[in-house]
Ligand binder design. Structure first.
Ligand code: ATP
Length: 293
């Protein structure tokens, strides 16, 4: 096998609370992740020159060692003491710096794909451990489906995935720095006993309306304070016909809405399409990384 093509799925957070600050400067979270159908394609090829190269046409994505996919390949190369040449092509569809974990999904695809292509034999658990060293969302992107995340989001407990739930995604085109959001956060405000457990129960019961009512993301507070236009967009999204609930994903600025059916998702898509930077319908997905061929 000379190449492998991996679908690298984005994620949304159905719930995100910050429960403490750590000595290393990061924050401890309680979050519920779900993979979604929106994905990048990551094509990994063996190549003769013993180097790692990344190609991506998206202007905001660096192709050098700042790229998380590059870092993932380098990590595996170092872990086994040299693999050989690896070329990585990223076909980007996931909006960049948008709270959908696009970079982490690409890194997860490379860990998974390189392990398969070069028959390295690492277990999924080991790959997730490697992933945690590359970024907090990488372990979930490898895990896929639905999970409850604690620690910095890297300690995962599997939840039953609620696949094919129609979604509408909106990105207003405002780039938000995750670090800046956490800096502005007053997390002493947070005391949401059992809220995470309640939404988990709704996922288990496949109750979209219940999930919609339980959607929560503490990071909306600092982001909406700085960008009231994102708050206004969320209000408009929430009042669309067929919307079970809307929320900002991760540190934003992407908003998503859980929709009752794909028809209402499509109707709302036409309502927003020409007014925002990025707008698409998708569904919740049971997988995070997937071999296409
Ligand atoms: P998260 O939800 O994990 O916080 P995000 O979706 O907000 O992530 P990314 O799309 O991963 O953010 O991009 C964050 C930054 O990482 C970008 O500004 C980009 O320059 C850099 N980056 C590095 N590698 C990649 C990659 N493979 N794809 C996209 N961005 C990348």
């Amino acid at each position: 096998m000379q190449k492998i093509r991996i679908r690298a799925h984005a994620k949304i957070n159905l719930y995100l609370d910050v429960v403490g600050k750590r000595e290393d400067g990061y924050h401890n979270l309680e979050t519920i992740f779900h993979s979604i159908g929106l994905h990048d394609d990551v094509i990994i090829r063996k190549q003769d020159p013993k180097e790692i190269t990344v190609h991506c046409e998206h202007p905001a994505v660096p192709c050098d060692s700042r790229n998380l996919a590059h870092q993932a390949a380098q990590f595996l190369n170092d872990a086994v003491g040299g693999i050989g040449g690896i070329s990585i092509e990223i076909q980007k569809r996931i909006p960049v710096a948008a709270g959908l974990a696009g970079g982490s999904a690409n890194a997860a695809a490379v860990l998974y794909g390189v392990n398969e292509l070069f028959r390295l034999g690492f277990t999924q658990e080991t790959l997730r451990r490697f992933g945690a060293q590359l970024g907090a969302d990488v372990p979930f992107c490898l895990h896929g489906g639905a999970a409850f995340g604690t620690g910095i989001g890297d300690e995962l407990t599997r939840l039953p995935a609620f696949s094919d739930l129609p979604l509408l995604l909106l990105n207003p085109g405002i780039k938000i720095s995750t670090a800046a959001v956490f800096k502005k956060l007053n997390f002493s405000l947070t005391k949401r006993e059992n809220a995470g457990i309640i939404i988990r129960t709704h996922i288990e019961k496949r109750d979209a309306l219940g999930i919609g009512e339980g959607l929560y993301n503490l990071l909306e507070v600092p982001v909406f304070a700085e960008y009231p236009e994102i708050a206004a967009l969320k209000t408009e999204l929430s009042t669309q016909a067929g919307c079970c609930g809307a929320l900002m994903s991760g540190s934003g600025a992407t908003l998503f809405a859980l929709m009752q059916d794909s028809e209402s998702a499509r109707r709302s898509e036409s309502h927003f399409k020409n007014r925002v930077n990025f707008c698409t319908t998708t569904v919740t997905s049971p997988v995070g990384v997937y071999i296409e061929d």
